[in-house]
Design a protein around this ligand. Sequence first.
Ligand SMILES: Cc1cc2nc3c(=O)[nH]c(=O)nc-3n(C[C@H](O)[C@H](O)[C@H](O)COP(=O)(O)OP(=O)(O)OC[C@H]3O[C@@H](n4cnc5c(N)ncnc54)[C@H](O)[C@@H]3O)c2cc1C
Length: 426
Amino acid sequence: MTLTSPASYYRDTAKVRLADSPRQAGQQRYDVCVIGGGITGCSAALHLAERGYSVVLLEAHELGFGASGRSGGQILPGLGTEMTTVERALGRERARDIWEMSREAVRLTAELVEHHAIPCDLNWGYLHAAVKPRHVRELCEFQAYMARDYGYTALNWLEGDALRAHVVTDAYPGALYESEGGHLHPLNYTLGLARAAQQAGVTIHEHSPALAVRHGQPATVVTQQGEIVTDFIVVGANAYLGRLLPELEGRLMRAANYIVATEPLGDTRAAQVLPCNDALSDANFVLDYYRLSADKRLIYGGEVSYGGREPRGLRQRIDAKIARLFPLLKGVGIDYRWGGDVAITLNRAPDFGRLGNNVYYAQGYSGHGMALAGLAGKVLAETIAGQSERFDVFAAMPHRRFPGGERLRIPLLVLATNFYKLRDRF
Ligand SMILES: Cc1cc2nc3c(=O)[nH]c(=O)nc-3n(C[C@H](O)[C@H](O)[C@H](O)COP(=O)(O)OP(=O)(O)OC[C@H]3O[C@@H](n4cnc5c(N)ncnc54)[C@H](O)[C@@H]3O)c2cc1C
């Protein structure tokens, strides 16, 4: 487990207050037991309760402890992999279904924020920035491909002054502006979903890890001080799953990703960086991403590591990157720094599936789950209610285990990532 504490800028600016979520104890009976208090779990619990199920949610630590409460907060349609990966596996028609569901995931995020009055500073506008000439070609090809094959026209190419109106740097030869992308405060969004779930009748137990699952009908989830007997189990534990379900081992790799929050820049400096308050990620394979917070800090993320150790010189590298992009921020104070674990699959498509008749999981968003995890929760609820068509579209995506077994998996992934990092230089 990555030992980086979830204490972060987000915890210090959390605004959503919940009812008590005491540790689970004793024997309880529910229709559904949800494991994991991130966006997947909270959204599943909310949508199940709205359908009339009795639902309990177990969170091993605090709500939002995992990626959902630590992320860059960038909201985008699409997956962590290219749509061509999906086309190759499932064909064009299914790929289009998945693409449209990923757009629905973005709309759903906005609807949930509005409907449940979640104070998470949702803002629209997204830039996919080219760092080198190869990226210019690739991004323009991507724009044409999405318009032609998916009818998606929310991407516009910007360069020169048009680009500088969105991001004030000379570092990028151009960028695709995406009007359907945006950003929000991820912990407040997650806590807002949890609060809505509680208001819909969900019982939440924090500091209550699920220690074992006994399959059966009903199934049993064992905790430290009790157990839950349940008709269905939903697993939304993502990179933090550990060894709870041996059937899922090897399907995910944990990669730590890191973020810093600068001191507040003030309105003037913030407007000299991101005048339209867009979010941005660059087109490298190991990409950097950033945005402004509501109090005008630069929230800058990037860098990966495997095996739970923070890379050496991380802080200096991020400082240098910020100064290179925005010379006026050279020497800017860094008030917060944190990391979190991303769950990646071998093909970087999300991994939805079932174990037996009554255990469902959605995981492995590969760094692209802020919007999709919300939809996953809704689709999991539909599935338990007997409408599994949309779940089955995702679940049809074939997934292979990471090669190398327990000992060699991480070294092999480091090797592959280093190859791509090297490629990012050219
Ligand atoms: C640093 C970072 C930056 C990111 N930035 C972005 C971004 O900008 N945009 C984007 O789209 N995606 C981003 N992601 C990915 C995104 O945050 C995730 O895909 C998404 O939040 C996954 O949500 P989840 O609910 O499935 O998992 P998580 O939020 O990880 O939640 C899983 C929860 O399960 C709990 N749990 C685990 N085991 C048990 C158990 N046995 N019993 C009870 N509870 C358990 C954990 O404590 C955890 O709280 C980022 C991820 C990281 C780490």
